[in-house]
Design a protein around this ligand. Structure first.
Ligand code: GAR
Length: 195
C-alpha cells in the first residue's frame, strides 16, 4: 500500500477527488496527509471534512528538512502528489522522493509551462494565443519547473469564443477523470489503468 501526501495550495478539487478515489481501500494507496502552504485555502477544510490529516505550513517550514522529514516519516509517506501546489519543492524533497513525486499541470507541456504558469494564468495564456486545443499533463517532478518525465497527457478542444473560465472548466473535467487513475496505474501495482 502506497502512502500519499498531497501538497495543495488552492481550492482542492484535485485533492478531494484523489482522496475519494483511494478511500475505497483496494486501489493500492491511501492518502495519509495533506500539506498546504496557504492557511486561507479552501483545500484545508475540504480535506479535513473527509477525515484526512491536514498540515498548514509556512514556506520556511516546507523548505526545512527538520520540519518536513519527521512529518513525512511520521505519516509513512512514500509518494508525493502535487495537486495545485504553488511552491517549488526544495531539493532535499525532490532528491529524497526522486521518481515518487508527481504533478498535474493544466496544459499540454511543454506548451504553457514554466515559472508563473499556474491555474487561471495558464488558461488565459492559452486563450490569448488562440490555441485550438489544450489539456493536462501528469509528470514526474524534479528540481526544475514543469520539467520531469511526462507520464500522461489528455487534450480537449478550445472552441472559438471560449473564455479562460470555460477552458478552466474543461481542463478540470479532464483532471477529475484522469489524475487519480494515472497515479494508481503508475505507482500502485496491480491497479488497472482502466479503473
Ligand atoms: C489545477 O488545475 C492544477 O492543474 C493546477 O492548479 C489547479 C488546482 O486546482 N496546477 C498548476 O497550475 C501547477 N502549475 P484545485 O486546487 O481545484 O485542484
Amino acid at each position: 500500500m502506497r502512502r500519499i501526501a498531497i501538497f495543495a495550495s488552492g481550492r482542492g478539487s484535485n485533492a478531494v477527488n484523489i482522496i475519494k478515489f483511494f478511500s475505497c481501500g483496494d486501489r493500492g494507496a491511501a492518502v495519509a496527509l495533506v500539506v498546504c502552504n496557504n492557511p486561507k485555502a479552501e483545500v484545508t477544510e475540504r480535506c479535513r471534512s473527509l477525515g484526512v490529516h491536514v498540515e498548514v505550513l509556512s514556506r520556511a517550514d516546507i523548505n526545512s528538512p527538520d520540519v518536513m522529514c519527521p512529518l513525512l516519516e511520521r505519516h509513512e509517506v512514500d509518494l508525493i502528489v502535487l495537486a495545485g501546489f504553488l511552491q517549488m519543492l526544495p531539493p532535499f524533497l525532490t532528491g529524497r522522493f526522486a521518481g515518487n513525486i508527481v504533478n498535474i499541470h493544466p496544459s499540454l507541456l511543454p506548451r504553457f509551462g514554466g515559472k508563473g504558469m499556474y491555474g487561471r494564468h495558464v488558461h488565459e495564456a492559452v486563450v490569448a494565443a488562440g490555441e485550438s486545443e489544450t489539456g493536462i499533463t501528469v509528470h514526474l517532478v524534479n528540481d526544475k519547473y514543469d520539467d520531469g518525465r511526462i507520464l500522461f497527457q489528455a487534450s480537449v478542444a478550445v472552441a472559438p469564443g471560449d473564455t479562460a473560465a470555460d477552458v478552466e472548466h474543461k481542463v478540470h473535467l479532464l483532471e477529475k477523470t484522469h489524475f487519480p487513475r494515472v497515479i494508481a496505474a503508475t505507482f500502485c501495482r496491480g491497479e488497472s489503468s482502466e479503473s
